[in-house]
Design a protein around this ligand. Structure first.
Ligand code: B16
Ligand code: MG
Length: 219
């Protein structure tokens, strides 16, 4: 990444949580699968991929697309609450061992280079997850599902993170694994780096094979 070609020099990296910093996606899948099975609704990994970066209630709406009946607002609230209870029980199993070494080393290297680091996640469980994996208090800013009204692809979660850091969007690189997240970054005027399937979405500025690849492109 050539900082000179950007309007601003990069001063911060905003990390998505699920699918970038750690792999809670498997726990989301298990919890939603339990809910879908109990309701007799078909659910598979392909549908699960559509839930990446999407809020809990919007995720439920995607799952209910396969249902033969409609659900009242109250029923939906109950299902979302049950899913979250199962999910949080699974999260209790996480430890600092669930922070990939590549991610840990990258976060430390960014701090050594005096870049700011932040989290931009749709999850309302972000603080619990950071605590479980030993990253509580590590980030300069944490923007998550508890401080936003609009979920990705709305850029609110990243705009709030930039605001907490006192920086402009053009000064921050967003690292994402989800199409909704890459779109959110683009919509907010951020540069984006995409992992996995997000490495070749239309709005992805920098494809990554692993998180540490961002160290090769940030000067
Ligand atoms: P919660 P991210 C997202 O996290 C997940 O990818 C998505 O599957 C989940 O529905 C969403 O958080 C909300 O999570 O139910 O814990 O509030 O990728 O934005 O870090
Ligand atoms: Mg994600």
């Amino acid at each position: 990444m050539d900082g000179n070609t950007n309007k601003y020099k990069l001063k911060a990296v905003i990390f998505d949580l699920d699918g970038v910093i750690c792999f809670t996606d498997t726990y989301h899948y298990q919890a939603w699968k339990a809910i879908a099975d109990a309701q007799g609704i078909y659910f598979d990994e392909k549908i699960n991929n559509r839930l990446r970066g999407v809020s809990r209630m919007d995720s439920l709406d995607i799952i209910l697309e396969r249902s033969e009946r409609s659900y009242s607002a109250g029923e939906k609230e109950k299902l979302a609450r049950q899913k979250n209870e199962i999910y949080r029980d699974l999260l209790k199993k996480m430890t600092p061992e669930d922070l990939p070494q590549d991610v840990k080393a990258t976060l430390e290297a960014l701090k050594e280079r005096e870049l700011k680091v932040a989290v931009g996640s749709s999850s309302k469980n972000t603080k619990m997850i950071l605590r479980q994996i030993g990253l509580e208090g590590f980030f300069h800013a944490v923007s998550d599902g508890t401080n936003i009204t609009f979920s990705k692809p709305n850029p609110e979660v990243f705009l709030k993170a930039a605001d907490m850091l006192g920086l402009q969007p053009g000064e921050c690189l967003v690292v994402e694994d989800a199409e909704a997240g890459i779109q959110a970054a683009h919509n907010g005027g951020f540069l984006s780096a995409g992992l996995g399937a997000a490495s070749d979405y239309e709005w992805t500025d920098y494809p990554l094979k692993r998180v540490s690849d961002i160290l090769n492109v940030i000067k």
